[in-house]
Write a new protein. Structure first.
Ligand SMILES: *Cc1c(COP(=O)(O)O)cnc(C)c1O
Length: 396
């Protein structure tokens, strides 16, 4: 491939898109694609959603940026809307998922110090993904993300995912844990959901030990799993929630949300961001949240997820080489029995955008605005691709 002036951080596919509308993309050669990835769970409303386009263009023509040194009415309105939909109380806007998690980690440390813990630790999970900044790559449970960037940040303890006993054992032994940071459904880690029992248990343990329960909803948030935020399937609230992907439908913006005592931890001077919560970004957040609500997209994500899961189960369950089909809402994974990265290119050739994560898990993150017909097309095309791949791959 031609050398570019870009740092070589990605092994990019040799394709570029020129245009998008809803669930469809067109590449620079004029070829059309069905997008079942939406920029890794970002464009939940599909490409060029009119409400988002309008918010961006109208606000860009009026006022893009001032500063957090002044009141920003659109930030206050977006924060209010986010608080209403999530049930959380206080919001801090930032620009990405990693930054949102940095904010959460800072909250955990404030909380720990306030409790008199000299060196507060955050409990994080195996196979977690929390971002690429130094603290969040340390929190990430994937050696590949960390290797070469030592020294890592101190103050993290790793624990098995979806294993309440493992968490309990650590908390019984150590007095220096201030918070638990966990994804309700691991995205990068292979589309694994923590069981309801474990999530309920984590809330209980956090209450018992006075820890902050901090959910990384960067990927699960904004309607993707069938509720605005994944925790809303439970009858309790976390102390801290982070989100980003999906919140701006492609406009880079993230948020740290908190409730209860955690909502009062940040005081003036503790945290900040030049760009966080600009009038432009917040106009987009308002448009996204209002669209999710008005178009009933959480419920729709739930329905679509069930439709796709049941189609995939009909086509693939029981086939040799298919280990598991799992997911929640529109976060769906198909685990195969060996690395299957080549499926990404094969799908592109067939006009379909998918992803493979954790080596051998086909990952689907379609827009919440998919039609039934698009869902069925995805199931048909992908099942055929997987069947062909299973038939021609080298024996394991
Ligand atoms: C993508 C992701 C992040 C990192 O978000 P960036 O915007 O890339 O910094 C963090 N946590 C989870 C769960 C993610 O899926």
């Amino acid at each position: 491939m031609a050398e570019t002036a870009l740092m070589h951080t990605y092994g990019r596919l040799p394709i570029a898109f020129a245009e998008g509308k809803g669930s469809r993309l067109t590449d620079t050669e004029g070829k059309h694609y069905l997008d079942a990835l939406c920029g890794i769970a970002v464009c939940g409303l599909g490409h060029a959603h009119p409400a988002v386009t309008r918010a961006i263009s109208e606000q860009a023509a009026r006022l893009v940026h001032t500063s957090n040194l002044y009141r920003i009415p659109l930030q206050e309105a977006a924060g209010q809307k986010l608080a209403e939909l999530s049930g959380m109380e206080k919001i801090f806007f930032c620009n990405s998922g990693a930054e949102a998690n940095e904010g959460a980690i800072k909250l955990a440390r404030l909380h720990g110090h306030k409790k008199g813990i000299e060196v507060p630790h955050v409990l994080v999970m195996e196979n977690a993904f929390h971002g690429r900044t130094l603290a969040t790559l340390t929190a990430t449970g994937n050696r590949k993300v960390q290797a070469g960037f030592e020294p890592l940040v101190t103050g993290f303890i790793r624990c098995a995912y979806n294993d309440l006993d493992a968490v309990r054992n650590i908390l019984e032994r150590r007095q220096d844990v201030a918070a638990i940071l966990v994804e309700p459904v691991q995205g990068e880690g292979g589309l694994r959901a923590a069981s309801d029992e474990v999530m309920n248990g984590l809330r209980q343990l956090c209450d018992q030990y006075g820890l902050l329960l901090m959910l990384d909803e960067v990927q699960t948030g904004n309607g993707r799993t069938g509720t605005y935020y994944a925790f809303q399937r439970f009858d309790w609230k976390p102390d801290v929630v982070t989100t980003a992907k999906g919140l701006g439908n492609g406009f880079p913006i993230g948020a740290v949300m908190a409730q209860g005592a955690a909502a009062e931890l940040f005081q003036p001077g503790h945290h900040g961001s030049t760009y966080g919560g600009t009038p432009l970004g917040c106009a987009v957040v308002l448009a996204v949240l209002e669209t999710l609500e008005k178009e009933g997209l959480c419920q729709r994500a739930q329905q679509l997820g069930e439709r796709i899961m049941s189609g995939l189960n009909q086509q693939l369950t029981g086939l040799a080489g298919v280990l598991d089909i799992r997911g929640r809402g529109l976060m769906i994974g198909i685990e195969l029995d060996q690395p299957c990265g080549e499926l990404v290119q094969q799908a592109l050739d067939a006009g379909l955008l998918i992803n493979v994560t954790a080596g051998q898990v086909v990952r689907l993150l379609p827009p919440l605005t998919f039609t039934d017909q698009e869902a069925d097309q995805l199931v048909e095309q992908l099942s055929q691709l997987i069947k062909n791949w299973l038939a021609t791959r080298s024996p394991s």
